[in-house]
Design a protein around this ligand. Structure first.
Ligand SMILES: Nc1nc2c(c(=O)[nH]1)N[C@H]1C(S)=C(S)[C@@H](COP(=O)(O)O)O[C@H]1N2
Ligand SMILES: [Mo]
Length: 411
C-alpha cells in the first residue's frame, strides 16, 4: 500500500483501523477507553484553558436573527440570507461552529509549534510574521460541518440522532489565502516515514458529559496534508476574523469541517498513526448499517439548498425564479434537477463554480394553485454521485445527503 493511497479515505480508514487493531484489541469500548485514557492533552475535569487563549463570549461577531439561527455556541446561516449574495459567503453571513468559545489570541506572541517523531529534528516554531513571509496561495473552498442537514434525519426520516440540529446552513464558501501546509511541514523537517499530522486548536478544552476531551484536534493523513491543505490567515481578502480562527486556521478542502482546525497552535507530526476523540468517538458513522467500529467521516457528500426561507410564500399565478446552490466533497456539480410538484426539470447553472466550492443555479416556476407545496432539488456531482431519497441512518447524524423537502405556500 502506497502513502498516496491514503488520500482515498476508504483506504485511509481501513489502513488505520488495521494498524490500530494490530496494536490494540478494537472494540467500541476499546476505542472509547483509548479516547478517554490515551490522550496527552487530558487534564483534570474543569481545568482552565491554558496558553494564549482565554474564554470570551462564545461568538464575537454580531448574529442578526434574519441571517443566523443560533444553537448554543453555534450559529447557522439562514438560506434566505444567501439570496442576492455573490459566489462567496460574506464573513458576516458565514456559519460558526465552536465547541467552546472564540478565544482572544495575541498575534505578537502567537506561535505555531510543530513537533513529533515525523520530523527529522526537534520541535520547530513559526511566528505569524514567519508565515506571512512564506510563499502564499489562495483557494476558493467550502467549509461544511459534517452534521449539516442533521435535523432532516428526524424531520424527514423520523430517526433520532445526537448533535446540533442543523438545517442546511452549516456551510459557507470563502476565498482563503495562506501558506500551504506542505511548505511548513517540509521546512519543519518532515520525514518520509511520517504518516499522520495532528493539528490542535488554542480554544478551551472541550468538556462533555463530565469528561475533558482536551483541545479540539483531529488527525489528518500526511498524504492529504501535502495535497491541498492551507494554513489560512486571510478570509475573503481580510485577516481571518476571530470566530473563524484568527490568526491562523487550517482549511482542508472537501473534508468534514472538523478537519479545518481553527486558532491553530500546535501540529504533531508522527511516524505512527494518531488518534483523538474526533476520529474515534466522533465523526464515525455508527449504526445498524455500519461495521461495529463505524466508518470514518472524511469527505463531504452531495447537497442542495434553495435560497428561500422555510415556508416561503408566493403569490398564486405569479412567475418566479427559484434559486439555489448545490455542492459536493467529491468535486464539481454536474447537474441539478428541481421538482416543484410536476416531476423533475433540469435547473440552469448560474456563473462559474470552483472545484471545491458550490454551484449556483436557477429554474423558473409558475406558482399555481393556492395551498401547501413542496420544492425539491437534487444534484449529481462529477463522480456521478446523486442525492438519494433517504440517507441511511447513523446515530450521530452525519453526512445527510438525501433530497430535502422544502415546504412553501402559495397564497
Ligand atoms: N479549534 C477549533 N477548531 C474547529 C472547531 C472548534 O470548535 N475549535 N470546530 C470545527 C468544526 S466542527 C467545524 S464545522 C468548523 C467550522 O468552521 P467555522 O466556525 O469557521 O464555520 O471548524 C472546525 N474547527
Ligand atoms: Mo463541524
Amino acid at each position: 500500500m502506497t502513502g498516496t493511497g491514503l488520500t482515498d479515505e476508504a483506504t485511509y480508514d481501513r489502513t488505520r483501523i488495521e494498524q490500530w487493531r494490530a496494536g490494540k484489541a478494537l472494540s467500541r469500548r476499546g476505542m472509547l477507553r483509548l479516547t478517554a485514557g490515551g490522550s496527552l492533552a487530558l487534564t483534570a475535569f474543569g481545568a482552565l484553558p491554558s496558553g494564549t487563549a482565554s474564554a470570551a463570549t462564545p461568538i464575537v461577531k454580531p448574529l442578526p436573527p434574519e441571517i443566523f439561527e443560533v444553537y448554543g455556541t453555534n450559529a447557522e446561516t439562514r438560506w434566505e440570507a444567501m439570496s442576492g449574495q455573490g459566489y462567496l459567503t460574506p464573513v458576516e453571513r458565514f456559519f460558526v461552529r465552536n465547541h467552546t468559545a472564540t478565544p482572544t489570541i495575541d498575534v505578537g506572541t502567537w506561535r505555531l509549534k510543530l513537533f513529533g517523531t515525523g520530523l527529522s529534528g526537534g520541535p520547530v516554531e513559526f511566528s505569524y510574521r514567519d508565515l506571512l513571509r512564506l510563499p502564499s496561495e489562495s483557494i476558493t473552498a467550502a467549509i461544511e460541518c459534517a452534521g449539516n442537514g442533521r435535523s432532516y434525519f428526524t424531520s424527514q426520516q423520523g430517526q433520532s440522532v445526537s448533535g446540533t440540529a442543523w438545517k442546511l446552513g452549516a456551510i459557507g464558501v470563502a476565498r482563503w489565502r495562506g501558506v500551504r501546509l506542505s511548505t511548513v511541514l517540509v521546512k519543519a523537517g518532515l520525514t518520509r516515514h511520517a504518516v499522520d499530522v495532528l493539528p490542535e486548536g488554542l480554544d478551551a478544552d472541550y468538556v462533555t458529559g463530565g469528561v475533558n476531551l482536551g483541545k479540539v484536534r483531529r488527525p489528518l493523513p500526511v498524504a492529504k496534508a501535502l495535497q491541498d491543505v492551507l494554513l489560512a490567515y486571510e478570509m475573503n481578502g481580510r485577516p481571518l476574523p476571530p470566530d473563524h480562527g484568527y490568526p491562523v486556521r487550517l482549511v482542508v478542502p472537501s473534508w468534514a469541517g472538523i478537519s479545518s482546525i481553527k486558532w491553530l497552535g500546535r501540529i504533531e507530526v508522527s511516524e505512527t498513526p494518531l488518534v483523538s476523540p474526533w476520529n474515534t468517538q466522533y465523526y464515525r458513522l455508527l449504526g445498524p448499517g455500519y461495521p461495529a467500529e463505524g466508518t470514518l467521516v472524511t469527505r463531504q457528500v452531495v447537497k442542495s439548498a434553495f435560497e428561500l426561507p422555510w415556508n416561503a410564500e408566493f403569490a398564486a399565478g405569479g412567475r418566479q425564479v427559484l434559486r439555489g446552490r448545490s455542492w459536493s466533497g467529491n468535486g464539481r456539480i454536474r447537474r441539478v434537477d428541481v421538482d416543484t410538484g410536476n416531476g423533475w426539470r433540469q435547473a440552469k447553472f448560474v456563473g462559474a463554480a470552483a472545484d471545491r466550492g458550490w454551484q449556483r443555479w436557477e429554474i423558473p416556476w409558475r406558482a399555481g394553485v393556492p395551498g401547501a407545496h413542496t420544492l425539491r432539488a437534487r444534484a449529481t456531482d462529477i463522480t456521478g454521485a446523486t442525492q438519494p431519497e433517504v440517507t441511511p441512518h447513523n446515530t450521530q447524524g452525519y453526512l445527510f445527503d438525501a433530497v430535502v423537502r422544502h415546504p412553501v405556500r402559495v397564497v
